[in-house]
Ligand binder design. Structure first.
Ligand SMILES: C[S@@+](CC[C@H](N)C(=O)[O-])C[C@H]1O[C@@H](n2cnc3c(N)ncnc32)[C@H](O)[C@@H]1O
Length: 268
């Protein structure tokens, strides 16, 4: 299964915020609690996007410096504008070939990104290379194979029921290594030691069905990219199928569980 898809649309930061940024911002502090890094360290962040984890690092970890890199010019511009912090340097770059000196960072972190990088081993190798001996490398990805990202699982279940071709686009098919065993093996392959992988969970709460549906119509990310590629009548059928299938609270709100796997390890 291809690691990248034409539906992986990472350009418009505000659209990404509406779809995923609002949840990744809530997940980031939970990851930092797990990472347990000290203050006053030099950080590297790979795949910073619009700055969800960057913002949490600056607010909670009191870094000496933060070099944050992402492939999307639009996302990097938004992160830079929203986080005008003298400790932070936002750069456009490729996770597989980082413009960062070897052994120059204390902590290398990455949020919801590794699965989208074509050569994830290379990316993790680059994070390891950039980190000083005895430093920390950590990342998190959604639990796609376990269906742990409820808002996506519900979307793709409905989509595949209407369009069998959608089955091949689902993240559980595309990213089967996003399990504790798969991620631990990846970290060990990169030469990392003391590998620890845990679930990080949170609820995703939507006011009503429109609050759930609207972000899919904005096209930012794999499921929204697929949604906007549909003809209007097919999109309407998908909307109705989803509306019929999603569980509602008494007040009409929708609550779905979100689970990520967070991993931390040490450089040798
Ligand atoms: C799901 S977003 C996560 C963004 C952010 N870390 C967050 O938690 O909201 C995935 C990010 O990976 C970035 N990305 C994908 N492939 C990349 C690569 N090869 N190098 C750097 N960034 C990449 C995308 O541009 C996008 O910002």
């Amino acid at each position: 299964m291809a690691a990248t898809s034409r539906h992986d649309a990472w350009q418009a930061g505000d659209r990404y915020e509406a779809y995923m940024g609002r949840w990744s911002r809530q997940l980031a502090p939970r990851f930092l609690d797990f990472l347990g890094a000290e203050e006053n360290l030099d950080w590297l962040e790979v795949g910073c996007g619009t700055g969800a984890l960057s913002s949490a690092i600056l607010a909670r970890s009191n870094p000496r410096s933060l070099v944050a890199i992402d492939a999307s010019e639009g996302f990097v511009a938004m992160a830079r504008e929203n986080l005008p912090d003298p400790r932070a340097d936002f750069m456009v770059g490729d996770a597989q070939a980082l413009s960062v000196e070897s052994a120059s960072r204390d902590v290398a972190a990455s949020a919801l990104t590794l699965n989208f990088v074509p050569d994830k081993k290379k990316a993790l190798g680059e994070m390891t290379r950039a980190t000083r001996p005895g430093g920390t490398v950590g990342f998190y990805v959604w639990d796609y194979p376990g269906g742990g990202m409820g808002l996506m699982r519900a979307f793709w279940t409905a989509a595949a029921a209407l369009d069998p071709a959608a089955r091949d686009l689902t993240e559980d098919k595309r990213f089967p290594f996003c399990t504790p065993d798969g991620l631990t093996a990846l970290a060990k392959d990169a030469g990392l030691t003391k590998v620890d992988c845990v679930p990080v969970e949170m609820p995703t709460m939507f006011r009503d069905f429109d609050d759930y549906w609207h972000p899919f119509t904005l096209g930012a990310g794999p499921a929204p990219g697929y949604c906007v590629s549909l003809a209007p009548d097919a999109r309407q059928r998908l909307k109705e199928k989803l509306s019929d299938s999603l569980p509602r609270q008494a007040d009409g709100s929708i609550v779905l569980e979100a689970r990520a796997w967070a991993l931390k390890a040490k450089t040798a």
